[in-house]
Design a protein around this ligand. Structure first.
Ligand code: PLP
Length: 243
């Protein structure tokens, strides 16, 4: 299932985006209800990387989208600036280097991709300077792939303990980019593993840490992710079309 119910002629237009959004919202609802979850417990992060600001503006102005996800700091900074008249919330979902922490803290409500104490420390330091508490997720390399960022599952708890001691960040949950498979059913065990890891960390009840968010699932597999407990699904292609 790729979610595309549209002809090529619809793709670029505003109408196309509206229809695609409607279809995604419906699919989120069905997946949530299938496993007895409230659909409102799942938020969609519209992944706007590589999409020009004007495209994002058109999509935002059709209504229904207020939460955007970006992967690259420079691109995000320009886009967020260009769209500052709109009431949008931005999440960072890409790989973040410590030397970009200052900019990231100034732009994003939630950073999904924190995977080292060094980065968390820098985020906390920069957040302190502007009187902010930066919300973060810990990125976990749940498939143990050499090519992917993220902490290994077995080190995640230790990382959470160390980061919890930092004053100006707040850990809200976990994020993962699982291995790629054509079939969502083959990705599902990785989603399930992230949820179990989240549950395990949650039982530790570490002060200042809430393990409520699970950021997992993209265009090809978001329904399986929702069935396994996703609270944030990151959707690019199904909404904006191919990049
Ligand atoms: C690009 C990207 C997505 C969106 O992927 P689609 O398959 O286009 O929905 C989600 N998460 C991350 C981290 C990404 O880089």
């Amino acid at each position: 299932m790729n979610g595309s119910i549209l002809t090529t002629a619809d793709r670029g237009g505003e109408n196309g985006v509206k229809l695609r959004l409607k279809s995604i919202v419906e699919r989120i609802r069905i997946a949530a209800e299938k496993c007895g979850r409230d659909p409102s417990s799942v938020r969609m992060v519209a992944v706007s990387k590589t999409q020009p600001a004007e495209t994002v503006r058109k999509v935002a102005e059709t209504g229904g989208i207020t939460l955007l996800g970006e992967n690259y700091i420079q691109e995000a900074r320009d886009k967020i600036e260009a769209l500052s008249d709109l009431n949008l919330t931005w999440h960072f979902i890409g790989h973040l280097q410590s030397n970009k922490a200052k900019i990231a803290v100034g732009l994003f409500d939630l950073i999904h991709s924190v995977d080292s104490v060094k980065l968390a420390r820098e985020l906390s330091k920069q957040a302190a300077k502007i009187g902010k508490t930066q919300q973060i997720l810990i990125q976990v390399n749940i498939g143990q792939e050499a090519s992917k960022s993220g902490t290994m599952a077995h080190t995640a708890l230790d990382l959470v303990h160390q980061m919890a001691a930092l004053d100006h960040i707040r850990i809200r949950g976990l994020m993962t980019m699982p291995p790629f498979f054509d079939s969502p059913e083959r990705v599902r065990p990785f989603f399930s593993a992230l949820r179990q890891l989240r549950d395990k960390i949650a039982t530790e009840t570490i002060p200042g840490v809430s393990m409520t968010e699970l950021s997992m699932g993209m265009t090809g597999d978001f329904e399986a992710a929702i069935e396994e407990g996703a609270t944030l699904v990151r959707i690019g292609t199904a909404l904006f079309g191919p990049r």
